[in-house]
Design a binder for this molecule. Structure first.
Ligand code: 13P
Length: 254
């Protein structure tokens, strides 16, 4: 059982035209309108953010960006600042996704800077952590996740830390169709909660710790039934209205 109101975020990655993104957002909005007790967000590509935000205005669906720069402004051609994302109407920014760490060279130090920048702009960071298959096989999962947490969030002040969302996304489960079992996920989520509790005590229960990695309509209930799994960050299965809305509904019921 999730310890807090479950949170489901669709990460659309590099998919969809503006028109397709607006249509998907509209479909999700209508399909989950009757679901109470869950928080829902979508993360379109940059060019679709503003039209999606305008379409969702007045609804309960939040909009997340998938990345940002850590500086508020300056000569940084091609970058987008957290302040610009706040100005556009975003509520969240996904920070340190494993695809950014693996394909674009993001480091723990860079993820930490982005996390602070997102908080400074008044937005909530969704900070991603997770181990590779080689690290899991070498029994390094908790150590790797611990190091990522220490770098990105555990040095934050309490008020800031309370605004963070954590996403545990084992790299080997992303886009592979191979999700972590509920037991595997529960172990890591419990560890993350424990590390947060070292800083926050019982208030650590209020932070959302999402699971991500091949979440589908047929496995979300088993995951969300676990004590410290408070929601899901969903990639491929968030790209159609039916599957994402089913994930929200099944996950909220769990
Ligand atoms: P999939 O759900 O496609 O495995 O992607 C997970 C993910 O990376 C969400 O951020």
């Amino acid at each position: 059982m999730a310890s807090t109101r479950p949170f489901f975020c669709g990460n659309w990655k590099l998919f969809g035209s503006v028109a397709e993104s607006v249509a998907l957002a509209t479909g999700v909005r209508d399909a989950v309108a009757g679901v109470s007790g869950a928080e829902v967000a979508v993360a379109p590509g940059f060019v679709a953010l503003l039209p999606v935000i305008e379409k969702l205005r007045g609804s309960a669906i939040g909009v997340a960006a998938q990345n940002c720069h850590f500086e508020p402004k300056g000569a940084f051609t091609g970058e987008v600042s957290p302040g610009q994302l706040a100005d556009a109407g975003c509520k969240y920014v996904i920070v340190g996704h494993s695809e950014r760490r693996q394909l674009f060279g993001e480091t723990d130090a860079g993820v930490a800077r982005k996390t602070r920048a997102v908080l400074a702009a008044g937005l909530a960071p969704i900070v991603c952590v997770g181990e590779t298959l080689a690290q899991r096989d070498a029994n390094q999962t908790l150590q790797v996740v611990g190091t990522q947490l220490e770098a990105a969030v555990l040095e934050l002040g309490e008020a800031e830390l309370l605004r963070v969302v954590i996403a545990y996304e084992p790299v080997w489960a992303i886009g592979t169709g191979r999700n972590a079992t509920p037991d595997q996920a529960r172990e890591v989520h419990g560890y993350i909660r424990g590390r947060l509790a070292e800083k926050l005590g019982p208030r650590a229960k209020g932070l959302r710790i999402l699971y991500g990695g091949s979440v589908k309509p047929d496995n979300v209930a088993g995951l969300l039934a676990q004590e410290d799994i408070d929601g899901a960050l969903v990639g491929g299965a968030s790209l159609t209205v039916d599957s994402f809305a089913t994930i929200v509904k099944e996950g909220t019921r769990a």
